[in-house]
Design a protein around this ligand. Sequence first.
Ligand SMILES: Cc1cc2nc3c(=O)[nH]c(=O)nc-3n(C[C@H](O)[C@H](O)[C@H](O)COP(=O)(O)OP(=O)(O)OC[C@H]3O[C@@H](n4cnc5c(N)ncnc54)[C@H](O)[C@@H]3O)c2cc1C
Length: 490
Amino acid sequence: MSREVSRRTFLRRSLAGAAAAVVGFDTVLRGWVSAAELRRGHFALAAGFPSFDGSLLTDGASLAAAADDFGHLVHRRPSAVLKPGSVNDVVEMVRFARRNGIKVAARGQGHSTQGQAQVEAGVVVDMSTLGAVREVNAADALVEGGARWIDLLQQTVPQGLTPPTLVDFIELSIGGTLSLGGIGSQSFRFGPQVDNVLELQVVTGAGELVTCSPSQNRQLFDVARSGLGQVGLVVGARVRLIPAPPNARLYEAFYNDLPAFLSDLETLIDDGRFDTVQGFAVSDGAGGWLYQLETTKYFAPGAEPNDAALLAGLSFTPGTQAAQDMPYFDYLNRLAPLVAFLRQIGAWAFPHPWVNLFVPAANAPTFIGETLADLPAEDVGQGPILIYPFNRDKFTAPLFRVPDERHFFVFALLRNAVPPTPERAAGLVADNRALFERATELGGKRYPFDSVPMTRHDWQKHYQPAWGRLVSAKHTYDPDGILTPGQGIF
Ligand SMILES: Cc1cc2nc3c(=O)[nH]c(=O)nc-3n(C[C@H](O)[C@H](O)[C@H](O)COP(=O)(O)OP(=O)(O)OC[C@H]3O[C@@H](n4cnc5c(N)ncnc54)[C@H](O)[C@@H]3O)c2cc1C
């Protein structure tokens, strides 16, 4: 291509881009107006259309992407997608949306499974363009809300620092996980990520940029954490850091017996001999299940862990244990090879009707045992089944609802719908609902990024006794009810 042709192509594209740029919102047609449309017609434009540092997109590809998520079950098409170029863009967008009755939701990495970050005919704020790590200090880091945990770790781990507790999949957004809770293998000791954040910058539904922490605007801090995007968009977070270990020794061992497995998991979070504790159910290939313990011990070279002492007294099947050493970052990023493989074979794009429940420890053997006894392996489609415990007293954020018992377990069926048809996915969502009802009867709670249809009554029950706090915060911080309708709470 000659230099002249490429210059002409570039100019044509730029002009087309400028013509397509959104310059207003028609209050009668309730649609966005581009520069080209404005030149051709008359519109009842809303006053005060912001001038964005980033871009407001209305092209088909951007809208279709924002109408999908990791679940691929629910598709609500927004009317525009904001890629903010600054925090001020988010403030201006929320204020404009509020004045004009437009719904708004933040989208982190779109890893919800049931449309939680989607908005029919509203604006999706794609937080990935606010993804900077602003500061790394000795005991904390300041990040933008759209940054991912991996972005932060890539800066902190080489400096010998880490957040105390991490999600298993570190490509999730920090703002998205803090809006949910953020659990992982270290949470039995350090609690969820919402208990390890020191300060948040939030753009409320009233369009105010507010800094909140335990000592400043405490009420907002308590409802923004695990607030499911109901009161504001998290545009910044100060995250706690602690020294990072150099290495991790990852242990695995298998059990045939569920009660023995659950009992050992509880022992391990009580005695704290390991640094991480997780577990899984895996198909035994003959219609039943085996239970896999996965733990780690951190260490520095020259001070390797004592395997025999660490595994002493546990009742896994002898001979099934194995250990593997790896750098700490590789442990945190342990899902990356699997995710790359699932992407490669197309399974990442399958419908994911996931169900993620928290079950009180006293009822876990019955609930998990009965569920697995009735669960054909095909109904998870080779997706993982998580079973691991937490200490209740490490979960202090008032809106992170978990069972009220000293120990509780996560029990999650991270299903791939196979075959990947809408009918198959709908059947599995109905199964999720039945599991949710049974778990709730037994004092369980749902971790609400998964795929369980909920009524308003279910939400009230879910939040009790904090429902009143959420309702009152919603009125205060999102007075026109424009934020995050995809959660279906209000
Ligand atoms: C493969 C995979 C692995 C996962 N592993 C874990 C895990 O180990 N531990 C765990 O706790 N969870 C895990 N999750 C669930 C995950 O935490 C949630 O999906 C969570 O919502 C964060 O993902 P996200 O950044 O993609 O947020 P999204 O799905 O984009 O958003 C989630 C919700 O939060 C809102 N939101 C997003 N960003 C913001 C913001 N900045 N401010 C306010 N509201 C916002 C959205 O509107 C939406 O309602 C996993 C999910 C997947 C698909």
